[in-house]
Design a protein. Structure first.
Length: 387
């Protein structure tokens, strides 16, 4: 059974992600819309979006793996698929984070063209081809062309380190897609090993929250990372746990207990987050345990609401306008990189009252909806990324 609430929550989160990512174009807007600085104790709208997306990645993992198992895939085939998806996300994340650190003065081509070609390479490699393009070009040729573009961009790349020195591509941080990739890897492998065992999944989830705490207060005598911070993994695993509970209760014909259980989980996460706020503060940049728990609690609460609206009451038509963001999410995330690059190349910019205050906010909302519409249009043209 496909739960519409997951697709709608993913679409709403992607809408918000495009929205907050476009706030840099605006001036004179409320501070609560953006990110809080590293040492501020607070939560802006932008600080909630990424952990919500990690939560949704977790929500989707059990359904995706169960679907592959039903199709007859064995464990090794699923592990290979998980590895492929992780590698794709990490590669894209690394290119995108290095885009932020390009030394424009030393680059062979202008930065907007580097960004445009990077995104083109992603689409060529990971597009979901149904057949030969124009009934002539085999998908393998296009994928090789995309790989060649990325190799070319890597070869000509020159970045700038914090001390002003020139450097090649490196892991400054993993980028949004890279963080999603590492979180997905652990979440998928844990679910593949444990399947629908809610108690064991909850234990792993608790351990990850403890590891997040351990990054601030040594609980285990040593501080270590699972490639990325434990907050990242805890957010994903919370989503996995919610879906595992849902599936387990459904199979036991006890769905009436779903909402009370999820409300309890949301309440515990929120309570923990606010009680520990004086100790660590709420900070996305530092990935504090308080921030992790509060965002997971909010995401769980919103999922409960959407579960009622979409899955129980079957009210889904209202979300049709943003549906492509829930079903072609990676495409939707990458399309703005094309658009921003084209704006820079053509010199097209909005100015004045169109990027100021309330009008500017409306402009960014319209821009976000147009990106989703464009994603849907690309899907009809068989341009849709799938990893």
């Amino acid at each position: 059974m496909r739960f519409k609430s997951i697709d709608i929550l993913r679409a709403l989160t992607m809408l918000l992600m495009i929205f907050v990512n476009d706030l840099w174009t605006l001036t004179d807007i409320p501070e609560w819309l953006g990110h809080k600085s590293a040492h501020e104790d607070g939560l802006g709208l932008a600080d909630v979006v990424f952990p919500a997306f990690l939560f949704i990645v977790g929500l989707s993992i059990p359904h995706a793996i169960r679907a592959r198992l039903k199709k007859g895939a064995n464990t090794l085939e699923i592990i290979w698929h998980i590895a492929e998806r992780t590698l794709a996300l990490v590669i894209m994340g690394l290119f995108m984070v290095n885009l932020e650190n390009i030394d424009r003065s030393q680059l062979l081509i202008a930065k907007p063209w580097w960004q445009f070609l990077m995104t083109l390479g992603f689409f060529l490699i990971w597009n979901q081809y149904r057949d030969k393009v124009f009934k002539v070009v085999p998908p393998l040729v296009l994928r090789l062309a995309g790989a060649a573009i990325l190799v070319f961009l890597a070869v000509i790349y020159t970045g700038e380190a914090r001390d002003g020195s020139q450097v090649w591509m490196r892991v400054h941080w993993w980028g949004i897609l890279g963080l999603i990739g590492w979180g997905y890897l652990l979440g998928a492998l844990v679910y593949l090993a444990l399947h629908n065992r809610p108690i064991w999944i909850a234990v792993i989830c608790l351990l990850l929250y403890l590891l997040n705490i351990n990054e601030f207060v040594s609980l285990f005598g040593i501080r270590f990372r699972l490639v990325v911070g434990a907050s990242n993994h805890a957010s994903v695993m919370t989503g996995v746990m919610v879906t595992v509970i849902l599936i387990w209760l459904q199979e036991k014909d006890k769905l009436k207990y779903l909402v009370p259980l999820l409300l309890a989980i949301s309440a515990v996460l929120l309570l923990f987050g606010f009680l520990t706020r004086p100790e660590w503060g709420i900070s996305k940049i530092r990935s504090t345990p308080s921030w992790t728990a509060i965002c997971a609690g909010i995401s769980t609460g919103i999922f409960i609401i959407l579960h009622f609206i979409a899955d129980r009451w079957k009210l889904t038509r209202w979300a049709d306008i943003i549906a492509p963001a829930g079903t072609s999410t990676l495409t939707c995330y990458l399309v703005p990189y094309y658009v921003y690059a084209l704006f820079s190349i053509t010199g097209f910019y909005l100015t004045g009252f169109l990027v100021t205050g309330v009008v500017g906010i409306l402009k960014t909302l319209v821009f976000s909806l147009l990106i989703i519409w464009l994603t849907g249009l690309l899907g009809k043209l068989n341009i849709k990324l799938k990893i």
